[in-house]
Design a binder for this molecule. Sequence first.
Ligand code: ADP
Length: 473
Amino acid sequence: MSTRHPHWINGKPAEPATGAYLATINPATRQPGDEIAAGSVADADAAVAAASAAWQRWAAKSPADRSAVLHAIADLIAVHFDEFAALEKATTGKTDAQLKFEINASIDYFHYYGGVIRSFAGRVIEQGAGMHTYTRVEPYGVVAVITPWNLPLNQAARAVAPAIAVGNAVVLKPSEFTSPSTVLLGRLASQAGLPDGVLNVLLGTGPDAGAPLADHAEVRRIAFTGSVATGKYLAGEASKRMIPTTLELGGKSPIVVFADADLDRAAAAAVNGIQVNSGQVCSATTRLLVEASVHDEVVAKVVARIETLEPGTDFGPIITEPQYARVLAYLDWAAGEGLTPAVGGGAYSTGPGAEGFFIRPTLFAGVEWDSKLAQEEIFGPVLVSIPFIDEADALRIANSTEYGLVGAVWSGDVARGLRLAERIDAGQVAVNGGALTNETPFGGFKNSGYGREKGIEALHDYAQVKTVSLNLG
Ligand code: ADP
């Protein structure tokens, strides 16, 4: 039975002004699911008005009081773990393992920021005798958070936790494809003691709900995760009101494997890069750069691992129908060019994979570094391998796209790994499987965006600095 999800505004459900609802679909079965409010300008106005009225009182609370609410939200998400998993599964088709990872990380965002906010403060600036000068880290007020469909709850938690920890109020616009779990987050936040209006969930499409939210005069900061095109549009709109943005956009990240690396571990990491969420993560390492002398050996290891992957068990479907069509269009383009994948390629015609928007995990081996497959973000389980000659060649190819989100290096020579880490244009680089967690700042170079989510850096992004100076004379 399908449920209708209204907005969550000012601590309660809010029917859409137009009365209209949008359908969602389960990408693993293609069956229709819950409906979500079709937000419009009037709803965006109501959500921003609630946030505007709420943030100052929330910001005036002590960090310890705000911290207690964040921990309570984390605890309530944990209590409702199964409900979140069911809602997310119904709109994303994710595997149970992937859901467990994302929901646990979401819980942890609230615990983490609930912890660090108690030590977050400005600083005292020494100017010699007679002056007492210090900085304050103040909230912006109303922050618009616009999230995509690939990690719905997780992306919401990643932005909301630091934003409200600092004392902002948030209007959160989730993707119209995957909204129900975000509505539950809003409801539980209120139940956990977050004052009404501090977290509002506005539903609807990008143009109808997201655009009027981003354009609202009282929104003082925008945090956006999504496509480069929408990111550029929002940055343009924000510039008209001189408000800052955090933009977490696409990637075409390299995983660089030298001949002296542990090739089995490197191959496993390469497969993991397209298996996790079926490659629908902006940080996916989708270009496998391999030293030429071991290229074919690594490709064979990757192919062998990919051949064991089963749809529905080891990886989920493509989450939206338009994205499914986009990935298939890349594969069709490759076929038209006479490019044959070493493994995978295309949709499933029989079995569980055929029921939903599943794409076979795919590797195109030995592609040119400047080919379309090696340059454009596909956002699906598609890996390309590119042989390189030496370290300089590897670096040149690694940096040869418009993106700069993540890099991975595998080498038995650790100094070489760190040398590349210094030179790869990316917001974060992992050497020999180094981990990225909630504590590590995350964001892009180049067209992958700017600003940092996660880590203490995110608190700085959601705060503006004020200097106060007192003349003691
Ligand atoms: P994708 O192509 O991955 O769906 P989008 O950038 O289109 O990425 O969507 C990411 C988020 O941005 C979604 O919540 C979507 O509704 C929203 N969005 C899309 N277009 C706009 C817009 N013009 N203004 C504000 N939000 C938008």
